[in-house]
Design a protein around this ligand. Sequence first.
Ligand code: ADP
Length: 183
Amino acid sequence: MKLLIMGPPGAGKGTQAKILAQKFSLVHLSTGDILRNEIDKASSVGLKAQTYMNAGNLVPDDVLLEMMNSTLSRLKDQGVILDGFPRTIPQAEGLSKIFKSLNQVIDGIINIEVDKNVLINRLVERAKKSGRADDTEEVIINRQNVYLELTAPLIEFYKDNLLSINGDGSIEKVTERILTRIQ
Ligand code: ADP
């Protein structure tokens, strides 16, 4: 099974992706986590990604596409849930090509929807605990704007296959809403 989970920063997609990965024995591929790990290792990808990420901007598409091409090829016989990728139309187009070359299809695209004010409050709360370099208020607002400009157009791109989920409510409630749509 190949699943995508999308939603604005703070929508809870990482949390839900982890739960779904465990439930369906999928590999959870969070591009944010993968990139942070590359930064910790000071790899060439990490060095390229760092300044973009700290400012709340997107890492260039070619970096992501190369990284996901090799990851998805390596995991070709396993179920995966993609969390944080694709994040732009060129990434979505590139992902179609990757899956085509691997003879695979996307089985489900989950889009978690949450009101913008709820999101900013959640992220400011998370920032107090996370210690992440991109969790300052200014950067949080930039990440929301980047989402609206570059990522939200994916809703139209995937409109025929999108499972829209209301992300307002408890973690369990949101999981339940997702499960009723994908089983
Ligand atoms: P959030 O869900 O709060 O947006 P993530 O951990 O998913 O946080 O991503 C953190 C940062 O990693 C993004 O702001 C961006 O700089 C970078 N990043 C993650 N995925 C991608 C992607 N698909 N394309 C470009 N940049 C990405």
